[in-house]
Design a protein around this ligand. Structure first.
Ligand SMILES: Nc1ncnc2c1ncn2[C@@H]1O[C@H](COP(=O)(O)OP(=O)(O)OP(=O)(O)O)[C@@H](O)[C@H]1O
Length: 368
């Protein structure tokens, strides 16, 4: 245990390669009561959907993002891709700062970064045939003539397990699983290097979910993709991800390799999430029941945001924001109980020794 250690892994330790994506102090606040009157009386309120997230992703890794509904997973994902404009912070993709790029400057990078939506029924244009839906990104991002484009559309459909003849159909003529296959075909059509999949199977029948997961993992390997996978299903997260980030009320509260998160969760919130799924919350420390609802993200609790629901909370937890604690260089969490085994910690004044937020700098990859 190395609590409050300021040592951090460097990009060189991420497999000796530069990270693909670096996020620093990212914020996305939504203004909820627009209007002159609210501004005049100083009553403007914000949902702090993403509130100071720092994260580094290595090429080719699968990073899982978990947390209760409304904790900010989708907003974080959408903000990473600049589908939402960040309120603050920086996002660097292969060395290029994305937050300051114009739409025009972003266009070539958009083909590198793709999004797989939760519900393909709403993301596929119902008035367009499947072939036209797939043609559009090819026109925008690939230098192909019409014959090559037509061949590519057939090949993409075949790659995702659909009959190429389906290019003549409309989305409503396809099943949920088939639509999600089209969504995946659209995402890979522009040869991306980075994909965010936001609960890609949650709108599907259970029997189809496994097939779509298998397709995503196959595609990831084939295209050597970096994948951010958002899911409520911790079993899936455990099965397909390399590392996991746990979000609570807009903050990343724990980041660690997947095995570590499931076997040795350090944050009381992570432990309670795992406890909710008995077959995976097998660790002795994972016996904390999660009760009640998360607080309002407009009026976040002072001190540790989890203190209102945390069975371990002491008085000081409501007064002082916790720092990042390091269990090891690739396992960080944000809690006053900086020793997860003894449940002791550093409740008191923050020191300068550690960053005040989780500053994840990527996975440790052995160079053996
Ligand atoms: N456009 C918006 N305007 C105002 N508030 C928003 C907007 N989009 C999201 N929010 C709020 O931001 C917070 C985070 O929402 P988000 O959808 O990112 O959470 P989530 O963890 O992805 O939830 P879920 O698991 O249910 O998809 C929520 O309180 C949500 O109501």
């Amino acid at each position: 245990m190395n609590a409050n250690d300021s040592q951090e892994s460097t990009p060189e330790s991420v497999g000796g390669t530069e990270p693909i994506l670096e996020v620093r102090d990212l914020e996305k606040y939504f203004r909820v009561n627009e209007g002159v009157l609210a501004s005049l009386v100083g009553a403007t309120q914000y949902v702090r959907a993403v509130d100071g997230v720092s994260l580094t992703l290595a090429e080719g890794e699968t990073f899982g993002l978990v947390g209760e509904s409304g904790c900010g997973k989708s907003t974080l994902a959408r903000t990473l891709l600049r589908l939402e404009e960040p309120t603050g912070g920086s996002i660097t993709f292969r060395g290029t700062e994305l937050t300051t790029l114009s739409d025009r400057e972003l266009r070539p990078i958009r083909s590198e970064i793709q999004f797989i939506h939760q519900d393909p029924s709403s993301s596929l244009n119902p008035r367009k045939r499947i072939g036209d839906i797939l043609r559009r990104p090819l026109e925008l991002h690939r230098d192909l003539d019409e014959t090559e484009r037509a061949a590519e559309i057939r090949s993409l459909l075949d790659r995702v397990g659909l009959d190429p003849g389906m290019r003549h159909r409309y989305p409503h003529e396809l099943s949920g699983g088939q639509k999600q296959r089209v969504e995946i075909a659209r995402a890979i059509s522009v040869n991306p290097s980075f994909i965010v999949a936001d609960e890609p199977t949650s709108a599907l029948d259970v029997t189809v979910q496994a097939q779509i997961l298998e397709l995503i993992t196959e595609i990831q390997e084939e295209y050597d993709l970096t994948l951010v996978f958002i899911s409520h299903d911790l079993r899936t997260i455990r099965y397909i991800t390399d590392r996991v980030g746990v979000m609570y009320l807009g903050e990343l509260v724990e980041v660690a390799p997947t095995g570590t998160i499931f076997d040795e969760p350090a944050h009381p919130y992570t432990q309670s999430l795992l406890s909710a799924v008995p077959e995976i919350g097998g660790s002795e420390t994972a016996q904390i029941r999660l009760e009640g609802q998360p607080p309002d993200p407009i009026d976040t609790p002072s001190g540790c945001r989890f203190h209102t629901r945390c069975p371990l909370a002491q008085e000081a937890c409501s007064a002082v924001e916790p720092e990042s604690a390091f269990v090891s260089s690739d396992h960080q969490y944000r809690c006053h109980f900086t020793d997860p085994n003894t449940r002791t910690g550093t409740i008191g004044e923050p020191t300068d020794a550690a960053p005040d937020r989780i500053e994840d700098t990527g996975p440790e990859v052995s160079n053996d």
